[in-house]
Design a binder for this molecule. Structure first.
Ligand SMILES: [Mg+2]
Length: 121
């Protein structure tokens, strides 16, 4: 079975520029908050052999909009609304999220959970 990666949007696929602000940035990319693509993560996605899902707690439309901005058609990806899609994650999948600590219980089910800057093992 193909491995799959689920990548969060805010503070994961995109990183916000304001260093003084350590809070989350919901919808930041369309609210005019300065951001940069997470190039290290995007490089890993380009090397990834499996299926790539870009998901957001902000919903599928937001996930798609940001992915179109930073990934364009450089890789194949599918947008998802995060809260509708947790049940899709299965053992062996990878989840990358700045709020990885909220996902850590998935590890009990064999899911690999990483922070946005962590090396995938
Ligand atoms: Mg996030």
């Amino acid at each position: 079975m193909k491995q799959r990666v689920f990548v969060d949007v805010d503070d994961t696929l995109v990183l916000y520029v304001n260093p003084d602000d350590c809070s989350a940035h919901p919808f930041g990319a369309i609210n005019g908050e300065p951001f940069v693509p997470n190039e290290e993560l995007i490089k890993k996605l380009k090397d990834f052999q499996g299926d790539i899902f870009i998901w957001s707690g902000g919903g599928i439309a937001y996930a798609r909009k940001v992915a179109e901005m930073v990934l364009r058609d450089s890789i194949e990806w599918i947008a998802l609304g995060k809260h509708d899609s947790f049940s899709l994650v299965r053992p062996g999948d990878i989840v990358v999220d700045d709020q990885w600590y909220e996902m850590h219980t998935m590890k009990d089910f064999g899911v690999h959970v990483y922070s946005p800057t962590e090396e995938w093992k």
